[in-house]
Design a protein. Sequence first.
Length: 254
Amino acid sequence: MADVLTVTTRGSIVHLLLNRPEKRNALNDELVAAFDAFFRAVPTGTRAIVVSGEGGHFSSGLDLSQHVMRQPLEVMAHSRNWHRVMAQIASSPVPVVAAMSGAVMGGGLEFAAACHVRVAEETVRFQMPEGMRGIFVGGGGSVRISKLIGPDRLTEMMLTGRTYSGAEGERLGLAHHLVPEGQALDKAFELAERIAKNSPTINGFIIQAIAQIGSMPPEAGLYAESLTAALSQTGPDAEEGLRAFLEKRPPVFR
């Protein structure tokens, strides 16, 4: 894992560094396998995860050198494996914060869309260039990126190869936070430290319940909301949070 994905720890925050700078951190099979291994066994005590790319780029997308001669069923299997790994990231009860710089393209943007909080530098280049490569998205972008910016805008991005800046991406929903060049990682850690102070249980509920409720009919979603509220408000974290509020002190969640 260390060759393509460097894992370091800062207190309760784990930093994942994509380490293929010579390829602008293009996502090859080894890197996806490293994501899989990490998210299947997130270290105990981790409260937040920060992801960034070495060498000034988040990720330029799928490593196309591995895909020139694949057959249809091989491509299908590869895509479905990506879906499985990206779903692990998207449903991780430990929040994932993406610090985006440079190229955030194709599969790199699909990966970013699976993260829960996204910070973009002003100089970021968001692009979905698959149409120009003669291929279709395969890492979940037709679902996740469409939910962020809408199917119509994703269609236009893929047809034209249009590039959006960090500021444009933040306005559209590809990023939640916009910072000057060189400041994404600091901002990501600032946000991760804030997230890490929350109740880990509630962080998990926020990530997983909202994602499920969003795909439910309204009445079913409201019922699921009530169930989640009942589970959250009857546990020790709720007691600590409310007591801390009344005592005018920061809560301390276990």
